[in-house]
Every structure is written in structure tokens, then in C-alpha cells.
Design a protein around this ligand. Structure first.
Ligand SMILES: *Cc1c(COP(=O)(O)O)cnc(C)c1O
Length: 385
């Protein structure tokens, strides 16, 4: 007996971990810096660490109160009803819940290309159909309503990522509103704000609630996570903010106790630690500007805690950087084989990444010049694999 036909499904390719790379190269993990998964270089909020430790003794109980408390706290912060906050096992879990709540078999979902792989994976688990709209490199990965509408064909859902992973571009609330206006009433526009804390603009929650001069609407939802700015990737905690009309669906689609006791307690502590978030955001802003100024290759402007860099051949450059101790993300799996993504690290980590990348690029330049000189000498050309 076999599982169902999964030939359309692909496995998620996470950024490589330090342990994994050190083992592969038979080296000490201490020799590596990892800037491949957009994690928080300052670690979790110290308050969250304390909360996790203190919660350890009570994890024999199901997380009922903690789940309700965190939901209420987030609802309060966003000024929405508790039912509009859908806690989940990471932002990824919230992606699943939105699909569970929205999709009938074969319903279409429009996702960005390049883009975050999990949208499409989750759509397929829920028996939906994935279609892609293109964010064009030639047009600076600009995100506006027109770009999506060119491909839109009455899909049930549209995923926007703002700030976008891996390019760092954003879509303005005015453009998101225009997209929601010009698509069918039965099309839900979901704005993934996994990197929202690092951006300048307002959250698209303003569109749901009718704030900042927008009319309230029931066809926009927002995704948020504790994995990035809050430094809690390891506990798996995220949520969706949905329109009021969608609130009641959560109880019908969520996995019971969607977020763990440890996650909820850590989350409650982390959202109160404004200083940790402010420091994290400041570090990212400084690092991304520094990388744009100092890297000897094209670096796109980014509102996230990472930058996208045009290096020519991502797999070769990623490999060379790894051997020199810096692990970055090869964006081939995002559909950008010429680009790498570098997470904003601490000042020292970021400087090391820039230095290492510039060395690798310079070496490649020299090799190319060397090859050219050899060719000029009439030597046979060597096939470069
Ligand atoms: C990191 C990320 C998420 C959510 O990640 P979780 O760890 O599951 O919370 C969602 N969308 C994008 C674009 C991301 O980069």
C-alpha cells in the first residue's frame, strides 16, 4: 500500500544548519556563522527564555489558559476581536489553517514566483491548485496590484509577501486595497507579514479593520510570526489575523491546542519585551544598509532582515562561502539561481559575511580573467561545470 499520489509535492528546503554543514565538511561547528534562515542574531528575548524554563515543570497539562491569554493579548494589541486571532504552530501552521478554512477541492490559489515555497506545498495538501504570478527581476521585483492582476483568474486566494522573501520588496496598502477591490468578492487576499516588524509601513490589519483612512473589509487576512523579529523560530509560533466574518471558522479547522504551552508562554513574554524587538530591528536596518553599501555586487533594497544579492551563480558562491565559514541561502530553490540571500547578523557576523563574499567574488573574477588570458593564448577552452 502507498500514500496518495504525491508526485506534484516537493519537500521544503530549509536553510542549512551549522551542525549539518560542520559534519559534512568534518569541521568544528564553532568555525561557522549561519546567515541562511533569517533567524534573530540576538537569540530569543531573555524574558522568553525565562518563561520557557519556568513553564517546563507544567508541560504535562494541555495549554488552555496560555493559549487563551496569548490570543487575548494579541487581539488587544491589534485592536481586533479574540476570534480574529488564529494562533498556530508557526506562521506555516497559520498558512495551513487559512487553506483549510478557505479551500474546496481544486480551488485555485495564486502565489508569488519567486516566493516562499510553503504556500504552494500547503495548497497541494489541501487539494487545491497552485498558480504563480511573477515578480520580475528586470522590474526590481516590484509589487503592485497590476502585477498580480495580469495573472489573476478568479482564484479563491492570493498570497502576497510584504516584505517579500527573498527579495525584500514590499507592497503598499493602497496597492493591496486596489487588488482586493479589483478581485472577486470570494477571493481572499492574504498578506504575509512574517517580516513586518522590520518594515517602515503599516500592517495590512488596517485594511481589515478600516483604519488609516481605509474602508473595513472581509476579504483580506494577515499572517504574522514570532520566528523572525521575536527570535522564537524554535518554539514554532505564528498567527493569522482574519476578518470578523472568518473568526468562527477557527474552531472548526484548527488542530486542537494549535500552539504549545511553551510557545504561548514564550510568546507572551516576548511581546512584552519591546527593548529586544527594537534592538533586533535596529540591528537589521543597520546591517542591510551596510550590506548594500559594501558588497561588490548588486544588492536589492530590502525591508526585511536579509538582503538578496546577485552573484551570478548561487550554488558556486554559496559553496565557496560555506568552505570559508559563512553559511548563506542559495536562492535556486526560490527560482533565482543567480542570487543568494544573506540574513542580517550581528555587526561582526555581517562584516564577516561581506568580507567573505567580496573575497569569493574577487577570486571568481581573477579566475575568469585567468581563463580569458589562457584562451587568448590559444589554449583549448576547459569546460566549466
Ligand atoms: C519565516 C516565514 C514564515 C513563517 O515561518 P514560521 O517559522 O513557520 O513562523 C512565513 N512566511 C515567510 C515568507 C517566511 O519567510
Amino acid at each position: 500500500m502507498q500514500p496518495r499520489d504525491l508526485s506534484d509535492h516537493v519537500a521544503y528546503e530549509a536553510g542549512r544548519g551549522i551542525e549539518e554543514v560542520a559534519r559534512e565538511l568534518d569541521r568544528d561547528p564553532d568555525e561557522f556563522v549561519k546567515l541562511a534562515s533569517n533567524e534573530n542574531p540576538h537569540g530569543p528575548s531573555p524574558a522568553a527564555t525565562v518563561a520557557i524554563r519556568e513553564t517546563a515543570a507544567t508541560v504535562s497539562s494541555y495549554p488552555k489558559a496560555a493559549h487563551a491569554d496569548l490570543t487575548a493579548e494579541l487581539a488587544d494589541r491589534w485592536d481586533v476581536d479574540d476570534s480574529q486571532v488564529w494562533l498556530a504552530n508557526g506562521g506555516d501552521g497559520a498558512i495551513d489553517y487559512l487553506h483549510r478554512a478557505a479551500l474546496e477541492s481544486e480551488d485555485g490559489v495564486l502565489v508569488p514566483d519567486p516566493g516562499f515555497a510553503y504556500y504552494g506545498m500547503s495548497v497541494r495538501y489541501h487539494h487545491g491548485t497552485v498558480r504563480e504570478y511573477t515578480l520580475s527581476k528586470a522590474e526590481e521585483f516590484t509589487q503592485d496590484a497590476e502585477t498580480v492582476l495580469e495573472t489573476y483568474d478568479d482564484e479563491r486566494m492570493i498570497w502576497l509577501t510584504s516584505p517579500h522573501n527573498p527579495t525584500g520588496s514590499t507592497m503598499s496598502l493602497a496597492e493591496i486595497e486596489r487588488l482586493a477591490d479589483e478581485t472577486d468578492e470570494e477571493t481572499l487576499v492574504v498578506v504575509d507579514e512574517a517580516y513586518g516588524e522590520f518594515a517602515d509601513g503599516e500592517s495590512a490589519v488596517a485594511l481589515i479593520e478600516g483604519r488609516e483612512g481605509f474602508d473595513a473589509r472581509d476579504d483580506v487576512a494577515v499572517l504574522r510570526t514570532f520566528s523572525k523579529a521575536y527570535g522564537l523560530a524554535g518554539v514554532r509560533l505564528g498567527y493569522a489575523v482574519v476578518p470578523e466574518a472568518w473568526g468562527e471558522a477557527y474552531a472548526r479547522v484548527n488542530t486542537p491546542f494549535a500552539a504549545s504551552e511553551l510557545a504561548c508562554r514564550a510568546g507572551l513574554a516576548a511581546i512584552d519585551d519591546d527593548e529586544h524587538v527594537a534592538r533586533t530591528v535596529e540591528t537589521a536596518r543597520t546591517a542591510r544598509e551596510y550590506m548594500r553599501e559594501s558588497i561588490d555586487a548588486r544588492v536589492w533594497p530590502s525591508e526585511g532582515n536579509f538582503v538578496l544579492v546577485d552573484v551570478g551563480d548561487a550554488s558556486v558562491v554559496t559553496e565557496a562561502m560555506k568552505r570559508r565559514g559563512v553559511i548563506v541561502r542559495d536562492c535556486s530553490s526560490f527560482g533565482l539561481p543567480g542570487c543568494i540571500r544573506i540574513t542580517c547578523g550581528t555587526e561582526e557576523e555581517t562584516e564577516l559575511a561581506v568580507e567573505t563574499l567580496n573575497d569569493v567574488l574577487a577570486d571568481r573574477e581573477r579566475e575568469r580573467d585567468g581563463d580569458a588570458a589562457v584562451e587568448d593564448d590559444g589554449e583549448p577552452e576547459v569546460c566549466d561545470t
